[in-house]
Design a protein around this ligand. Structure first.
Ligand SMILES: NC(=O)c1ccc[n+]([C@@H]2O[C@H](COP(=O)([O-])OP(=O)(O)OC[C@H]3O[C@@H](n4cnc5c(N)ncnc54)[C@H](OP(=O)(O)O)[C@@H]3O)[C@@H](O)[C@H]2O)c1
Length: 240
């Protein structure tokens, strides 16, 4: 899909992969409406010329704020990018259930609500696209992030089913599976991280190519391993 001239709603577009993605899509001539939580980052996005919606997607009020703000707008592409982690280990302490719930709401419930509410608008456009950002961890989980991995596997499963339902419609469905990317989400974790800029460039390419799945960077190798041996992929990732 050509992004020039399209109106794009991009959640979590004020930082990390989303901020890079917003910049690259805007440079190609799209109108990008971004959402974020943190006032300083929202101010920076506004200063960079974006229309910004302040919304915490871990609450229904946040989802509703976005839907109210884009009511009547012809959204061509919805990118569900906002996401947050929720690591815990039962061997060390009990998890914070409120923290778990916020992760489930922002990573899984919010995309489903946005897709469902915006589907009539997307269906009314000459061509439209839903882009769901999951993770390589949607393929196989790491032990330290059971809730995060469950939300991403859940969104992957939802996306696969949604794509089948939409296959004869004008609404294209793309899943993006990033590897470990250098953002605040992965601060203090691992090395050899992909840059957010390079990750965003692969996402833009996938949108332009009408791809079904964007296995970004090292996720390509994980997908290859999984295609040969799902058990081996799980064994590698569980200690990641
Ligand atoms: N980084 C990685 O290695 C990696 C790997 C695989 C998948 N992913 C996925 O890629 C997506 C982007 O991640 P990232 O690494 O770019 O993260 P990031 O740098 O932390 O940025 C996340 C963006 O989402 C927003 N956001 C976070 N929680 C939110 C909430 N509850 N409500 C509304 N907005 C919220 C943030 O806003 P604030 O700035 O206001 O917090 C920010 O704009 C996520 O879905 C993540 O799961 C990332």
């Amino acid at each position: 899909m050509q992004v020039s001239g399209k109106t794009i709603l991009l959640t979590g577009g004020t930082d990390g992969i989303g901020r890079e993605l917003a910049g690259q899509l805007k440079a190609k001539g799209a109108t990008v409406i971004v959402t974020g939580r943190t006032p300083e980052r929202i101010a920076a996005a506004e200063a960079a010329g974006y229309e910004v919606i302040m919304a915490d997607l871990s609450s229904q009020a946040g989802v509703d704020a976005i839907l109210t703000a884009v009511k009547g707008r012809d959204i061509d592409i919805l990118i569900n990018n906002a996401g947050l982690g929720s690591d815990h280990d039962f061997r060390e302490a009990m998890p914070d259930l409120a923290d778990n719930d916020r992760c489930i709401a922002a990573n899984l419930k919010a995309p489903i609500h946005l897709i469902t509410n915006l589907m009539p608008v997307l269906k009314s456009r000459p061509v439209a696209m839903i882009v769901n950002v999951t993770s390589g961890l949607a393929i196989a989980p790491r032990a330290g992030g059971p809730i995060y991995c469950a939300t991403k596997a859940g969104l992957r499963s939802y996306t696969l089913a949604l794509r089948e339902q939409m296959k004869n419609s004008r609404v294209h469905v793309l899943e993006v599976l990033p590897p470990v990317v250098e953002t605040k989400l992965t601060a203090g974790r691992g090395s050899r991280k992909m840059s957010a800029q390079a990750c965003a460039a692969e996402i833009v390419q996938a949108i332009e190519a009408n791809a079904k799945e964007a296995n970004v960077g090292m996720t390509k190798i994980l997908r290859l391993v999984e295609s040969i041996s799902p058990a081996l992929a799980r064994k590698i990732m569980i200690r990641f």
